[in-house]
Write a protein that binds this ligand. Structure first.
Ligand SMILES: Nc1ncnc2c1ncn2[C@@H]1O[C@H](COP(=O)(O)OP(=O)(O)OP(=O)(O)O)[C@@H](O)[C@H]1O
Ligand SMILES: [Mg+2]
Length: 453
């Protein structure tokens, strides 16, 4: 970080600043106006730009605006003549890092650049760290830093290449489809198709032909031959979503396909071999469905070879801030908005809410808030009533069907710990006192629950 571009229409200033900075080991180029400077930004690649505000042909403010528009985030320091503080401030508002008032001493220039250099270093470190954290908590499209999801990532990586059938379960909106897609993307079938079908969304009489295809004339509307989704997924992966909704009549046919790896189009007399990796997903408890006689036991055993259960978001609250930031950034890019994040209260509400609709509900909540937002920071008022009113997460949890004392106390403990840490601004000794537990017990729980402050 030693390259400085000096932009001033006064030759004297250019020469003086250049010689001082060079003496201190900086590489320096000079330009006499914004136009020239822009050309040098590309060829010289400066780390810092020291620019005068008022110049004939593109002044400093225009230069700054042009750089911003081009997405160049080189650190810009403006120089302005005594009495022109307003312009300097305007430049700072427009994104300049600092300003120097003319006339200045050589040491002032050096000090300002050094200060900027330190900040740039920190910024770069920060960016690298953030990227590292993101890298560690991302698996294909799935973001998560919770231990339970990390274990799922490991499983996926391990079994992706095997053609075994996988069963993905979990509440609605937890990311079952993302898990299925990750299994496909990590497998040696990744270049093949990924086909998803929602077994609950297609009428029973059409589903069979949808899955297996038909011959022309197989039924009234079959005016030509049609391949089914199994054939379309050949060489790739077929996700049978909401398999719990599959009509019992088709369950037997599916079992046969899975066992023999061949399908027969409706109205056809011969079988076709299919090479497809099957992933089934459901929000239902299939073993209970089996006991209730709604799901064939033999099919259940056939698909339950590798079971991945995606835990609900309320059991991995450490993922909430990660997902919130992700959706805010993604929507900023999509809507061209510039929302910086959530204020403390909105964050707390998001953290403590029960998210019965899991990541999908969170995704929609963030999107809605961003559309309604009146400021750059989202506040509690931007959140829907149901989220805001659910301020008592403990009550909410008790109202759910959960009976496990272990799970419920964990949730209560986690909420109290977060509150205590927030109140003490992260001071763990004082938080432990408020919580009336030992410092050691607190450290253990912080680690165990993945609470970070
Ligand atoms: N861990 C995650 N990281 C990033 N995005 C996520 C994550 N989990 C879920 N999402 C997003 O939330 C939405 C719901 O995810 P997905 O469709 O995979 O859930 P699902 O379990 O299949 O839901 P449903 O049961 O309703 O079909 C998607 O838009 C998905 O991109
Ligand atoms: Mg789904």
């Amino acid at each position: 970080m030693r390259r400085v571009l000096v932009v001033d229409d006064e030759e004297n200033i250019r020469l003086v600043v250049r010689s001082h900075l060079r003496r201190d080991g900086y590489e320096v180029e000079v330009a006499s106006n914004g136009d020239e400077a822009l050309a040098l930004v590309d060829s010289f690649g400066p780390d810092f730009i020291l620019t005068d505000v008022r110049m004939p042909k593109m002044g400093g403010l225009d230069l700054l605006a042009t750089l911003k528009a081009k997405g160049v985030d080189t650190c810009v320091i403006v120089m302005s003549a005594y009495g022109n503080v307003d312009q300097a401030l305007e430049a700072m508002k427009a994104g300049a890092y600092d300003y120097l008032q003319k006339p200045f001493k050589a040491e002032e220039v050096l000090l300002t650049i050094k200060k900027a250099e330190e900040r740039e270093l920190l910024r770069r470190e920060n960016r690298a760290l953030k990227q590292e954290i993101r890298h560690k908590s991302q698996f294909e499209e799935i973001l998560s830093k919770s231990a339970s999801m990390q274990a799922i990532f490991k499983t996926i990586a391990k079994v992706a290449d095997f053609k075994t059938t996988a069963l993905v379960t979990g509440e609605s909106g937890v990311g079952k489809e993302l898990v299925a897609r990750a299994l496909h993307a990590r497998s040696n079938r990744r270049t093949g198709p990924f086909v998803a079908v929602n077994c609950g969304a297609i009428p029973e009489n059409l589903l069979e032909s949808e899955l297996f295809g038909h011959k022309r004339g197989a039924f009234t509307d079959a005016s030509s031959d049609k391949s089914g989704l199994f054939e379309q997924a050949t060489g790739g992966t077929l996700l049978l979503d909401e398999i719990g909704e599959l009509p019992i009549s088709l369950q037997g046919k599916l079992l046969r396909v899975l066992q023999e790896e061949t399908i027969r189009r409706l109205g056809d007399t011969k079988d076709v071999k299919v090479d497809v990796r099957i992933i089934a997903a459901t929000h239902r408890d299939l073993s209970a469905e089996t006991k209730a006689g709604r799901f064939r036991e033999d099919l259940f055993y056939r698909i339950n070879v590798l079971h991945v259960h995606v835990p609900p978001l309320r059991e991995r609250r450490e993922d909430v801030p990660l997902l919130v930031d992700h959706f805010v950034a993604r929507n900023n890019a999509r809507f061209g908005t510039n929302i910086r994040g959530l204020d403390a209260e909105a964050r707390r509400i998001m953290l403590e809410y029960g998210w019965p609709g899991n990541a999908r509900e969170l995704e929609n909540t963030v999107e809605r808030a961003m559309v309604l937002a009146e400021h750059e920071v989202l506040v509690a008022d931007d959140l829907p009533d149901r989220v805001r009113e659910a301020r008592d997460p403990i009550q909410m949890h008790l109202m759910s069907q959960e009976l496990s004392i272990k799970k419920t106390s964990r949730i209560i403990e986690e909420i109290l710990i977060r509150r205590a840490l927030q109140k003490t601004k992260g001071n763990r000794t004082r938080a432990a006192e408020l919580l009336e537990i030992s410092h050691r017990a607190l450290l253990y729980k912080i680690k165990d629950f993945g609470v970070d402050v």
